[in-house]
Design a protein around this ligand. Sequence first.
Ligand SMILES: [Zn+2]
Length: 230
Amino acid sequence: MRRRTRKQWYQYHLAKAQEDARDVITSVYSQEIERIRGVQEQAWKAFTKARENEPVKSKLLAFFGPESQYRIEILTPLKSDLAVADRALSDALERQRQRLEEATRQGTENYLEAREQRRQETEARDQRVAQREYERRLRYLEVSPAIRSAARPLKEHIIKQQSEDGLSVTCFYCHIVISAGASHLEHKRPISRGGTNSRANLVLSCAPCNLRKARKTHEEFIRELGGGAP
Ligand SMILES: [Zn+2]
């Protein structure tokens, strides 16, 4: 089979969904229409036969004016039966036509809904995959032996976690708000004293706090800050 483009696939599946919806209606209505068509056929046969069998006397009479008994009692009632049957058939066909149109719309709606749901599922799955990839990368960075270069993407991560727009963050120690660009990635336990890039060991601080803390551990620095407080 020829390769289909995306658009062709879309049209193909859409047409299929519409057809499925129409098939349901067709099968529901076909029996009823078959029955009504049968009635109409009988009425038509009866009327045609009665017209064929009309006596010459009756035809002549009608030609010159008054309706014959044959016309009044036989032909006219059969003709009106036929008209009723014709009407019933065309009504039924019209109902079916409307239902089919509705079914086409419904089929379109069903298809678009299913398609949207598939799209959302795919998107959600892609997001989960991306999230897992991201998490895997962070875990790798946390234990990477290239401890200095791994720190940068980890800092980006922590900034993203702290601030929606990634523009401003809060110093972990003095709580002032600083621009993300000016913040320092702070190891609570300094690398020089065995600290790692583990996310539990990383915070953001302002430059003065970071410089003041220097090689102290987080606990030592907090103690110093507390002691220095008025
Ligand atoms: Zn600070």
